[in-house]
Design a binder for this molecule. Structure first.
Ligand code: APR
Length: 231
């Protein structure tokens, strides 16, 4: 019987593509204080530093390629008879580049710009600086990356909650289960009796919430899990 599968991904799925995670031993938050670069207060205090931080992450991401875990999820979407929705916490574009289309970026995208003043959005074409003018409201220095910072509301929450309320299977891949609301999705899936799967390098904070668990590098455990679903 075809099932409705919601798949949450985190930084761990992009780790083998060369993009760092946040809370592993050499993770991003061990080198930066997230309050300085991932909060509205940090942007207000030092916008130049924040814009340079995301410009550097965009640079890293441009050199990265999807790995076999991203490709396996795209294959699942293309070949599975049921419904697949990938909800990613990641702001890189590796899922898209692997071919995933049923995809929501709940923490935004690093290749998007957003005006803090008027809400204008655009594809990033030039590195933002504090001199950048918003093309819509012409405010100087209000353009920021279109990413969701701590204290801000994640995107697409209504669609995500609807999908979780109707899913048969919830899979969590490459996330530590430390940040809400994403960390609460497994409880919502269990609530409606969905089967829950954790695919991660090591047990996450919420590992006890999952009925099925496979640990190892995403490039190995995700393709193996997809092969099982498609069998
Ligand atoms: N394969 C699978 N999992 C991996 C791999 C790998 N090769 N490498 C690391 N992991 C796992 C780690 O074990 C950890 O559980 O990926 C997870 C990464 O956790 P975090 O660094 O906390 O990243 P994430 O869960 O995505 O963070 C959530 O926090 O800072 C915010 O907005 C940011 O979206 C991010 C959110």
């Amino acid at each position: 019987m075809s099932k409705r599968i919601v798949i949450l991904t985190g930084a761990g799925i992009s780790a083998e593509s060369g993009l760092g995670t946040f809370r592993d031993k050499d993770g991003l938050w061990t080198r930066y204080d997230l309050r300085d670069v991932a909060t509205p207060e940090g942007f207000a205090k030092n916008p130049k530093f924040v814009l340079e931080f995301y410009a550097a992450r965009r640079g890293n991401s441009a050199n990265a390629n999807p790995n076999s875990a991203h490709h396996a999820l795209a294959k699942l979407e293309a070949e599975y008879s049921g419904e697949i929705l990938v909800v990613t916490q990641n702001i890189d574009n590796l899922h898209e580049r692997a071919g995933s289309q049923s995809l929501l970026h709940m923490h935004g995208i690093m290749n998007g710009d957003l005006c803090n003043n008027c809400g204008h959005r655009q594809q990033t074409t030039h590195t933002l600086t504090i001199e950048t003018l918003c093309p819509a409201c012409t405010t100087k220095g209000s353009m920021r990356p279109d990413v969701v910072w701590f204290g801000e509301m994640p995107y697409h929450m209504e669609r995500i909650e609807e999908a979780l309320a109707a899913c048969d299977v919830f899979v969590s891949i490459g996330t530590s289960g430390e940040v809400y609301p994403a960390a609460g999705f497994v409880a919502m899936a269990r609530e409606i009796g969905a089967h829950t799967v954790e695919l991660n390098l090591e047990p996450s904070s919420g590992d006890h919430m999952f009925a099925e668990k496979h640990y190892g590098p995403a490039s190995e455990v995700v393709p193996a899990w997809v092969t099982g679903v498609l069998a």
